[in-house]
Each structure stands twice: as C-alpha cells, then as structure tokens.
Design a protein around this ligand. Structure first.
Ligand code: F6R
Length: 607
C-alpha cells in the first residue's frame, strides 16, 4: 500500500512526480505529497495535503515550486489518521523520506532515541527520518545501514539528504521498489506502471540493498558496502495500456480487455494442442507427484483459487484446500513436501500471501505462483512462476486479473491431467478447444453490455443483495458479490443456495434483489427449486442461466440473462463478465468513484 515515486535528472521534476502519483493513486488515496530540491541542495520544498493527488496538483500550481530532484508519495493510512501532518514526505533534521510499509517497533525507537515530543506526525514513518538523521555523519550508506538494522517491519524507503543535492537513496524490506535509468537521469517507484512511460528497462531493488539515483544513473550496494550487480528486466506491456483508452473508468476498460488478455495468457502456452509450461520450466513431476494442493491467496485471487479447486477436484481427483492467506498461519497449516502450494496474486506483493508462501516453502512444499506483475516478491519467493498476461490493472477492483488467473488454472488442470495420464486425446482436445473459445464467448457477452446495464438499473436503490447458486456457480458468485460490494457499497452476500434455508432466508424480503446463477447441468433442478423458495418470499430474482431453453413461468423472473453455452466447467468465464458489469454499472450510475472505492488500496502490503 502507498505509492512511491522518485526522480532526479535534467528535467523539471514536479510534473513527473505528480503525473506518476496519479498513476499510483490506486495504492492509496488518503493523502499525497512531494519534496523537491534543486542543484544547490539544502532543505527541500515540501508540499503535502490530505486528499487526492488532484488536490496536491492544485497546491503545487498555487505554490510555484520547482526542482530537478524529488520524491513523492500517495498514502493509505495505517498509523495516524488522514490529515496533512501525517501525509508523506516526512522531514527530520537534514533528512527527508517517504515510506511504504509498517515500522513495527516505532514506539520502541521513539523511546530509545528520546523522540517523544520531537515528532510532528502520528505515523510510524517519521521515526525513520529521525533515526537516519541521528546516524548521518557525511556517509549516507553508513546511516542507512545503521538505521535499517534498527527497523522491524516492512519498508520501502526513498531518502534525500539536504547536503547531497541531486541524489535519491532507497532501500527496502518486503515492500517493493523498482528503479530505472532514464534518458536524462533516474527514476524509482513502488510500481513498474509509473516508470514504464520513461523506459522499458528496469530492475527490482533486492531487499536490504541500497540504491543511489543521480543524474548520471544508478548505483547499487549491498548492506556491507559492496557494489552489487543489477539484474535488468524488460517492461512487457504497452504503456498506452496504462491509460483509460477513452473509457470513463479503468474498470470498464479492463472488463472490455478480457478477451484479449485471456488470449495473451492462454495461446503462448498451447503447443500442438496441448497445455505447455516448458517456457516456465515447470516439470511434470511437480504436477504428477503431489498428493494434495493448497491454494493460498486473498480476496478475488482466492475466489479464482476456489474455481481452481472445483476444476482440479472434479477432473484430477485430488484434494485441494483453498486458504485465505491472512488466516493461513493461524490455523496450524499442514503442508509438506507432498503438498503443491499454489499462490495466486495479481500484484505479487500481498504480504499475507507472501508470508504464507514462505512458510510453506520452509515446510518443504513445492510451489507455483500465479502472478501478474513481473519480478514481484511472490514470484521471486516461489519455486516456479506463471505470469498472467493481464497487463497493468489500475482499477482497484480486480477484473481482468481474475479471469486471467482462471485461464492459468484451466491450463494447469489440463497439464496435470496430461502429466498424470488421465485423459485420452479426445478429452484433452475437447477441453483445449473450449478453452481457446473463451475469448470469443466473452466478446459475445460484452457485446450485450446494454442488456446488462438494464439489469444493473434494477439494483440501484437496493440496500442488500443476495446472490445464490451451488457448486461452481457459488464460487462465481462469491467473486460477483465481492465486486458489487466493493464498488457500489451495497451490502451483498453470496450464499450457497441449499444453505439459505438454514437461517439466512429470514433476510429475504420483497426489497431484496436476488441474483441466481444456473450454469451447471447436474445442479440445475436443485438450483431452480432453491430459487422458487426465495421467490415465494417475495424476492425479485435476476436469473443468469446457461442456454436458450425455455423455463416454466418465464414471467415470474424479474430479469433473465441467457449466457452463451460452453462446457459446464467453462461457464464461469461468461458468467463472471456479467457480474463484473453489473457491479460496474451500479457504481458508475450511483456516481461513485468506480476505480477508487473508499478505504481500499490496490496493493495490500500490510498484514
Ligand atoms: C478485489 C481485489 C482484492 C485482491 C486482493 C489480493 O477486487 O482486487 O480482493 O484480489 O487484495 O490482491 P493480489 O491479487 O494483488 O494478491
């Protein structure tokens, strides 16, 4: 959480920093700030305020600041409320910093260094500037080394010293920093998206390494002061994909991109009609020898894992647990060398998922991660990584990352079947043909977005919404319900339809819209009976059903959306698009900030 940017070079830095902060705003939007200095050095100019980056932009315009070296921050508040004083950058003595992460021992440090009445904010971050200032005696590396050794917790820090003009230092533990040289200087950020407009070559700063950015480029040292080698990576997405492309919100754009990104994720991994992970170096043995699978992930990524569980259990016949990464450590996890751990994460930085993965690896579990951001911490911490090719996902609510995660899980299931010799050629080719058809089917659904918009209209004034289904349909709805609540602020619950009558049906009234999904042939009659139970209590039911078959009493449905037909296990793809668009239209029509729902941040790097 929190977005970080730093630039030093020949150009004026203000706009570079503010433009980048606007791109990084999805990491947190409680406050924003920059610090700028010029060639002469000295105390940098600090501009910061609670509110959005656009407010900071106005402040900068009013203040007429300039400078060619600067750092900027957009905050998701953890310690200390949302106010100007708690906004970053923080300054102490000759040191100015921005911080992403949590300094767990900040109280101890305040006491140890007698800083109780010397700090201006309530944050855990300002203390880092104070400790750096205490240790700083002309050698920035020594000060950083000594400070870092005192810190407990996670941090990505960008640092400016008053008497070292034109240079930005950075160091990190867990929280990410990427850096790059530009034509006229150097840049660093918490996200590749912010540096991609400047260069296609970048690197991930390794943990506990210090980088120094100057007009002449970048140097990197380990904590013992030895020069370290930089491992360069290439940005693999088109920068134009980081803008809204004419859509009012990123969320809509990202929903519309799904046919393309599914294609980009799936097609390079099919060779001669068979799923293929040779480019990732994944040996079949890891898929054929495991006795169990444990998926660890959070939120939407965990919902993708639940679909994966249904697929793998049904098609491969091995047991799959899907564990909320935030709960993993607290339930005495039983994972061992026979348990394949699959970590799923769009950002690749979710700390709960990262910690759970590290724990599982210590227990000897083989691991594969499914990650969207190249070089991210989770990708680096796992034995093998499969990148989803969703491109930058900017809207806080995940859409295209989710369906590309599903696409990888479909491929993995098929490869597992091949590795275990479970399917004959006919079964494999029918499955693969269906997978290849997904983008086209998604396009058919997207072409009917006006119809989906009308469905969304019926929910605009709802206070509560229920979503009901069984089996795979229930998994789809867990994600559909999360989408609706996070972007529209309507309370929504996904419920296994057979479970409803064990208590929750008491909440169903004429005022409660119910979305029912019926896509699984073997569950259809049971699901339709469960739907009748809520209709009898007055609920207005919106039905998403596979195919064109006529239903009894069509008039009793509030709305029916007929989904294009795919094999049952693939119906999650078209159904998810409808649910994503419903959430999107409800939010947009309520006039909400669809891309930046309140209280949320795109990358969750605090436990
Ligand atoms: C919801 C959403 C979140 C994320 C979750 C995990 O739309 O995006 O629930 O899925 O915070 O994030 P990643 O996938 O980055 O680990």
């Amino acid at each position: 959480m929190c977005g970080i940017i730093g630039y030093t070079g020949k150009k004026e830095a203000t706009d570079i920093l503010i433009d980048a902060l606007e791109l990084l705003e999805y990491r947190g939007y409680d406050s924003a700030g920059i610090a700028l200095s010029d060639e002469a050095g000295g105390e940098p100019r600090l501009l910061k305020r609670a509110g959005r980056v656009k407010d900071l932009r106005e402040l900068c315009a009013e203040s007429d600041v300039s400078g060619k070296c600067g750092i900027g921050h957009t905050r998701w508040a953890t310690h200390g409320g949302v106010c100007d004083e708690n906004a970053h950058p923080h300054r102490f003595g000759r040191v100015t910093i921005i911080h992403n992460g949590i300094i767990e021992n900040y109280r101890e440090l305040i006491e140890k260094y007698g800083l109780e009445h010397k700090l201006c904010s309530q944050t855990d971050s300002e203390i880092v500037a104070a400790v750096l200032n205490r240790f700083y005696e002309k050698d920035p590396y020594a000060a950083i080394r000594k400070t870092v050794l005192k810190l407990k917790g996670t941090f990505a820090l960008a640092i400016m010293f008053d008497d070292i003009p034109g240079k930005i230092f950075a160091v990190r533990n867990v929280s990410p920093i990427v850096a790059a040289s530009t034509e006229d200087g150097a840049i660093l950020s918490s996200d590749v998206a912010a540096i991609a407009p400047f260069t296609s070559q970048y690197f991930v700063v390794p943990e506990f390494h210090v980088v120094c950015l100057s007009e002449d480029g970048i140097e990197m040292f380990d904590l013992s002061g030895d020069k370290a080698r930089i491992d360069w990576l290439t940005v693999d997405w088109d920068v134009s994909r980081s803008d809204k492309g004419g859509y009012p919100f990123y969320m809509e754009k990202e929903i519309m991109e799904q046919p393309q990104v599914i294609q980009d994720t799936v097609m390079p991994r099919i060779k001669d009609g068979r799923p293929d992970f040779s480019a990732e170096g994944i040996p079949d043995s890891i898929l054929s020898e495991c006795k169990r699978i444990c998926v660890i992930a959070c939120g939407t990524a965990m919902h993708a894992g639940l679909v994966g569980k249904s697929l793998i259990q049904a098609m491969i016949g091995i047991h799959v647990d899907v564990v909320m990464a935030s709960e993993f450590m607290y339930n005495d996890p039983v994972v061992d060398k026979e348990t394949l751990v699959i970590a799923i994460s769009q950002s690749g930085e979710t700390i709960d998922t990262l910690e759970a993965l590290k724990f599982a690896r210590k227990c000897g579990s083989p691991s594969i991660s499914i990650v969207n951001v190249k070089g991210a911490s989770i990708a680096r911490a796992s034995e093998y990584v499969i990148y989803t090719c969703a491109g930058p996902e900017i809207a806080v609510a995940s859409t295209k990352a989710y369906t590309t995660q599903l696409a990888v899980l479909y491929l993995l299931t098929a490869r597992m079947a091949v590795a275990r010799g479970l399917w004959d050629d006919g079964k494999l080719s029918a499955y693969m043909e269906e997978l290849v058809r997904v983008p086209k089917v998604m396009e058919e659904v997207l072409a009917r977005k006006d119809e989906i918009h009308h469905i969304a209209d019926t929910m605009l004034n709802a206070r509560d919404v229920f979503m009901i289904g069984r089996g795979l349909d229930y998994s789809i709805l867990l994600e559909g319900s999360l989408k609706l609540k996070e972007v529209s602020y309507i309370h929504s619950e996904a419920y296994a339809s057979g479970e409803l009558k064990h208590g929750t049906i008491a909440l169903i009234t004429e005022e409660t819209p119910v979305i029912a999904v019926v896509t699984q042939d073997k569950l259809k009659s049971k699901e339709l009976s469960n739907i009748k139970e809520v209709q009898s209590r007055g609920a207005k039911v919106i039905l998403l059903i596979k195919g064109e078959e006529r239903l009894e009493q069509e008039k009793i449905w509030n709305r029916i959306f007929r989904l294009p037909v795919m094999a049952d296990e693939f119906m999650v793809m078209p159904a998810s698009i409808v649910l994503q668009l419903i959430a999107y239209y409800v939010s947009a029509d309520k006039g909400l900030d669809v891309d930046k729902p309140r209280n949320l941040a795109k990358v969750v790097t605090v436990e």
